[in-house]
Ligand binder design. Structure first.
Ligand SMILES: Nc1nc2c(ncn2[C@@H]2O[C@H](COP(=O)(O)OP(=O)(O)OP(=O)(O)O)[C@@H](O)[C@H]2O)c(=O)[nH]1
Ligand SMILES: [Mg+2]
Length: 212
């Protein structure tokens, strides 16, 4: 026994080089604050408190990069992180949070729609859903906007640690079958807590960011 060595069976996939040096750029209230619309960008969207910021932190392996919270409505601006020159990850405010004013809701909705429709650098949307409550009406609305903008969507069924494996796989099958097979939509299980699906999610993000 050589306890000072990692057992050979242990598989630790390396984090892709592109994801290794993330930096906060700006927390933008207004479109005029967005970084120049150049290069390639991937956005994380989803309901309030679903785990978007936690997913970003897991994917770049930086616990405190995107601010997370038990309190819904934590991410209130569009937050840009740079991975490399002209390579961004974007954290959107969550939708569906009841305790904000109608005015603020409308402002977020319009900003998010404008971002999805206009942003040339945007290569794909990571749509984060709680595996226990997938495909809510607001998720369907977001899928509709992505479809209109011609954006591919990769769905993370997150908090998969909350379900047994068989139950999680049932949800995966059900959500996968909800779309036509030729739709540019993919689905996977994910957990920021136990790292389920981490490599798959990283590969998707890197694929989009490399694609010119
Ligand atoms: N069990 C479990 N909890 C998670 C997971 N991901 C996030 N959480 C928890 O869910 C809560 C919300 O996480 P955030 O990452 O802040 O969610 P968000 O979608 O960014 O929230 P807003 O910015 O407020 O919209 C926190 O208490 C996290 O610890 C996960 O994979 N498993
Ligand atoms: Mg957040």
């Amino acid at each position: 026994l050589r306890p000072d060595f990692i057992p050979l069976k242990t598989k630790i996939p390396a984090i892709p080089a592109l994801l290794r040096a993330p930096e906060f750029v700006i927390s933008a209230h207004r479109p005029s604050q967005w970084p120049p619309d150049e290069g390639a960008e991937v956005v994380f969207a989803g309901r309030s408190n679903v785990g978007k910021s936690s997913a970003i932190n897991a994917i770049v392996q930086r616990k405190g990069l995107a601010r997370t919270s038990k309190t819904p409505g934590r991410t209130q601006q569009i937050i840009f992180f740079a991975l490399a020159p002209q390579r961004h990850l974007v954290d959107l405010p969550g939708y569906g949070y009841a305790k904000v004013s109608a005015d603020l809701k409308r402002h977020w909705e319009q900003t998010i729609m404008q971002y999805l429709a206009e942003r040339q650098a945007l290569r794909g949307v990571v749509l984060v859903m709680d595996i226990r409550h997938p495909l809510t009406p607001l998720d369907e609305q977001m899928l509709g906007w992505c479809g209109e903008a011609g954006l591919p969507v990769h769905i993370l069924l997150t908090k998969a640690d909350k379900l047994k494996r068989a139950a999680a796989n049932q949800v995966l099958q059900r959500v996968s079958k909800a779309f036509p097979s030729d739709a540019p939509i993919s689905v996977q299980l994910f957990s920021a807590q136990d790292q389920t699906g981490l490599e798959e999610a990283r590969n998707q993000v890197v694929f989009w960011l490399q694609d010119e």
